[in-house]
Design a protein around this ligand. Structure first.
Ligand SMILES: [Zn+2]
Length: 124
């Protein structure tokens, strides 16, 4: 495989994006500086100074995404409730972490995808 200067745009599927979202890797230097909180972007990269907030212009979609994830989870919870009829405490024990985890991961993944996309667009 040839590693050209054209970057990840040439690659299909971008397998690195999931790990970049999980670890919060800076698109420019690869340091783990993208997130300052579990689902909040840092102001800028502490390692190379890349301005993340300037790249993040997808903020208005994030709320929609959160609602979609929550909606899917609520429907899934209702379906499982109908099917298994678990006790309430079991439902809560299961769905509380699943919901929080899914929303956090969806947010991280979305923001990482968006910042990487914007970063590539901003490259000459
Ligand atoms: Zn950086």
């Amino acid at each position: 495989m040839i590693a050209g200067p054209s970057g990840p745009r040439e690659q299909k599927g971008q397998p690195g994006l999931v790990s970049a979202a999980l670890s919060g890797l800076c698109p420019r230097c690869g340091a783990k500086t993208l997130f300052s909180e579990p689902a909040a972007l840092a102001e800028a990269c502490g390692s190379c100074g890349l301005d993340f907030h300037a790249l993040e212009r997808g903020g208005r979609f994030v709320g929609v995404l959160t609602m979609l994830v929550a909606l899917v989870l609520i429907l899934a919870a209702l379906g499982i409730d109908e099917w298994l009829r678990p006790p309430l405490w079991a439902s809560f024990l299961f769905w509380a972490p699943v919901t929080v985890g899914s929303v956090l991961f969806a947010l991280r993944f979305w923001k990482t995808m968006w910042v990487y996309h914007q970063y590539e667009e901003s490259q000459p």
